[in-house]
Design a binder for this molecule. Sequence first.
Ligand SMILES: C[S@@+](CC[C@H](N)C(=O)[O-])C[C@H]1O[C@@H](n2cnc3c(N)ncnc32)[C@H](O)[C@@H]1O
Length: 222
Amino acid sequence: MLFKKNKKIILKQAVDTGNFFKKTSYFKAAENDIDWEWDLFIWPVIKNLDFSCVLDLAAGYGRNSEKLKKYAKKIIIVDIQEECINACMERFKGDDRFEFIKTNGLSLKGIDDNSITLVYSFDSMVHFHKDVIREYIKEFQRILKPGGFGFCHHSNYSAKPGSSFNENPHWRSDMSYELFEKFCNESKLDVVQHQIIDWGSKKEDSYYPGLDCITLFEKTES
Ligand SMILES: C[S@@+](CC[C@H](N)C(=O)[O-])C[C@H]1O[C@@H](n2cnc3c(N)ncnc32)[C@H](O)[C@@H]1O
């Protein structure tokens, strides 16, 4: 079923998800969490990687790039929302290491083949439809330099097959770490590790053990 799906339908899935992030209070609120998220989930996984040319996919208002810019020689910010691209352009104004691309929701057009040393996406792919993730993984194979890595935070919620992300806890899409690995394998990207993580506050009923996954993968030298 996944294999035959029309590109137009997948594109619509991407746009529909993107539309949920128009004018939300998320971006401001999320700024308060990036320091502990970076220390706990992100830095330990990426600290030894090559930051020469980084893609921040679905960057929102740029809170991750604010961290990445300490290490990166070049950062390409991609998002589906014009509003997010504008916010990032304003935030990183005057820093000529940055480039900004508004995507259609599936493509990384505008990024050269074999040019990226680190594909990075945090707190965004968790909402993406599995078909959209599959399309982006094909693009990762194209844009990554041989020897480059990908760090992707995605959903590991498969309790409701076929569900839409906005019906699920923390808006997680119907996805799993096994499926992410399958898509990587199809695109000849090697999974280095999956880190299954819990999400939500233990004090409230918003706590979901194993809800998310961070997958690290490599485009090995060929
Ligand atoms: C929850 S926000 C996270 C933003 C950022 N990564 C952060 O941690 O602050 C999700 C972002 O994904 C973007 N988005 C949704 N679907 C997308 C798609 N198919 N391609 C690119 N960006 C997308 C939204 O516009 C939004 O900026």
